[in-house]
Design a protein around this ligand. Structure first.
Ligand code: ADP
Length: 546
């Protein structure tokens, strides 16, 4: 019987759909539920028709069948919807897991941590739940596929232990733990996998072949040629495993391999799909992390080259300056020394012969002392510019310092300076040139005496610090201005009216020639402390004879 509305349905007009009564042609039983068919919940015609169809056995057969079919289609659709909703729920969970993993990978620039986080996601019972997983990466020079990281127990028992231990820990906590590890902790499987190095030219190798593929592949024991099985067994025993290429834009970055060796649980299509989604999400991140670590490596290399260049440049400047100063000093020595010696000689002779009380005596004394000073400066300049060969011998720093201070006792007393010493009880030996080492002490202590022109306290101490023996000379004199501090070791820098500005640069050069360095701490009005670091000498069988 034909069922049709005599009057147009208002619902039909509003919804833009076709009323079921108009939609199904006469004697037509629908084979599927059409989306554009409208069945209003309260439609009186529908209710009436149902009543007619079900209420009376003699009711129109076609209509009855149509209704029954419709109800079946509705229940089928409900079932399909339920299925889709379960599938959607698991997809949402899967995506949440991938989000947790990728967010953690982004947090680290350490490639080992990044790989371990991914593999922990792959193997964690709280995530993808595989028994074992490993990541192989192509090396920087594109020569080898290298086993980079793996996560997996040694045997079934260890697998159970780990499983029990980790079920109480959330995936987030496991990831946090990895981020805090330093260095990254590794397990049995990792130690085996990291030894794997396959040349990219070995095209018969299934791992190398998998690199060229786009999609995941599953390998099952007995379903692959025995020679292939043997090559895999050379790395690890297996029943079935999945290989997923880590492929972004260009050639494959590497491979993700996973299996359920201990539980024997089959690897399903849906877990492969999920793992593939994870691999795709992680590949670009891994590429970035790799790039970052390669960049920081290059940066370190560059910094080192830059440091070397600067050192060389400084060395060149210094040698160049030394060469210039050397030339100047030689000229000065040549041009000035002979007349200076003559003048000095005359002045001293005249001083000896001059009668006491003669008016010229004072001037002669000044001439003689000025000539001495000029001779000393010329000598120091020559010393600074010359490439000196040190006469190094293992020396107890305490002994040499005591000896030099003894020689300065007169100067200290006449300057009204108290001396406080604190010598290390350790055996503090260094290879030192006695004469030049004393020269450094004379310069630095001499400056300290001058800085404490109204008397003061000089503190001298020695100590040991790892590879260095250290001498500290501090005073409570006038201290050093911030502006002066940076120039203090520059040649000819002086704040004294009769200073030469040679003492500190010469001292610095001598200490550096010994392989050491000088550190200065001072501020205006608060005294100064010079720390001299010399390489420590430890007696060994080889150097005992020195
Ligand atoms: P000079 O003693 O001939 O001036 P130096 O190179 O020995 O040359 O010293 C350079 C300058 O460093 C000095 O003129 C002085 O200003 C400053 N200086 C060195 N040691 C001290 C110190 N212990 N306290 C204050 N200033 C100092």
């Amino acid at each position: 019987m034909a069922v049709s509305l005599k009057t147009p349905c208002t619902q039909e007009q509003m919804s833009g759909k076709i009323c079921w009564l108009n939609g199904f042609a006469e004697d037509h039983i629908p084979t599927e539920l059409q989306d554009d068919i409208l069945i209003c919940k309260d439609c009186p015609t529908f209710k009436e028709t149902i009543n007619r169809a079900f209420g009376r056995r003699t009711a129109d057969q076609t209509l009855g069948r149509t209704i029954a079919r419709l109800l079946m289609l509705v229940s089928e659709r409900t079932y399909r919807l339920q299925e889709t909703s379960i599938e959607l729920k698991s997809k949402v969970e899967e995506l949440a897991l991938i989000k947790t993993i990728t967010e953690a990978v982004v947090k680290t620039t350490d490639i080992h941590k990044a790989l371990k986080i991914i593999l922990t996601g792959v193997t964690s019972g709280r995530a993808f739940g595989f028994n074992r997983a490993g990541i192989f990466l192509v090396d920087e020079r594109h020569e080898y596929l290298l086993g980079k990281h793996a996560v997996g127990p040694k045997n079934k028992q260890e697998a159970l232990e780990i499983w029990n231990r980790l079920t109480a820990t959330s995936l987030n906590q496991q990831i946090e733990n990895i981020l805090d590890e330093s260095p990254v902790e590794t397990d049995y499987l990792h130690k085996r996998v990291e030894k794997i190095k396959i040349p990219l030219t070995d095209e018969a190798n299934i791992f190398i072949r998998a690199l060229a593929e786009e999609n995941p592949r599953i390998f099952r024991k007995g379903l692959i040629p025995s020679e292939l099985e043997n090559t895999i067994r050379a790395y690890f025993d297996f029943n079935e495993f999945v290989i997923i290429p880590l492929k972004a834009e260009g050639p494959s970055l590497g491979l993700l391999v996973a299996d359920n060796y201990y539980s024997g649980q089959p690897i399903t299509e849906s877990t492969i799909d999920a793992l593939y989604t994870l691999a795709v999400a992680c590949t670009t991140l891994l590429e970035n992390t790799l790039l970052h670590s390669q960049l920081s490596l290059r940066l370190k290399e560059l910094e080192q080259v830059n440091r070397l260049l600067r050192e060389n440049q400084n060395y060149l400047i210094r040698t160049e300056r030394l060469a210039d100063i050397g030339k100047l000093a030689t000229t000065v020595a040549h041009e000035f020394r002979t007349p200076l010696v003559t003048i000095g000689g005359f002045a001293r002779r005249m001083l000896r012969t001059i009668k006491p009380g003669n008016s010229g005596g004072r001037e002669l004394k000044i001439i003689a002392s000025e000539v001495d000073r000029l001779e000393m400066i010329t000598g120091e300049l020559l010393e600074y510019s010359r490439q000196v060969k040190l006469d190094l011998k293992p020396r107890n720093l305490n002994d040499l310092v005591r000896h030099s201070l003894d020689l300065m006792e007169g100067q200290l007393t006449s300057g009204g300076i108290k001396l406080k010493t604190k010598f290390s009880r350790d055996n503090i030996y260094s290879r030192l040139d006695d004469r030049r080492f004393s020269q450094v002490i004379f310069n630095i202590v001499g400056n300290a005496i001058e800085a404490m022109n109204r008397g003061g306290m000089l503190t001298v101490s020695t100590r040991l610090d790892n590879d260095f023996v250290i001498l500290e000379i501090s005073d409570n004199g006038c201290g050093i201005d911030v502006d002066d501090k940076s120039q203090l070791f520059n040649l000819f820098f002086t704040t004294k009216s009769r200073g030469s500005g040679l003492g500190l640069p010469i001292s610095k050069k001598i200490v550096e020639d010994h392989g050491g360095y000088i550190k200065l701490e001072s501020s205006a009005g608060e005294g100064a402390c010079f720390s001299l670091f010399f390489p420590r000498f430890i007696e060994t069988k080889e150097n005992a004879a020195e």
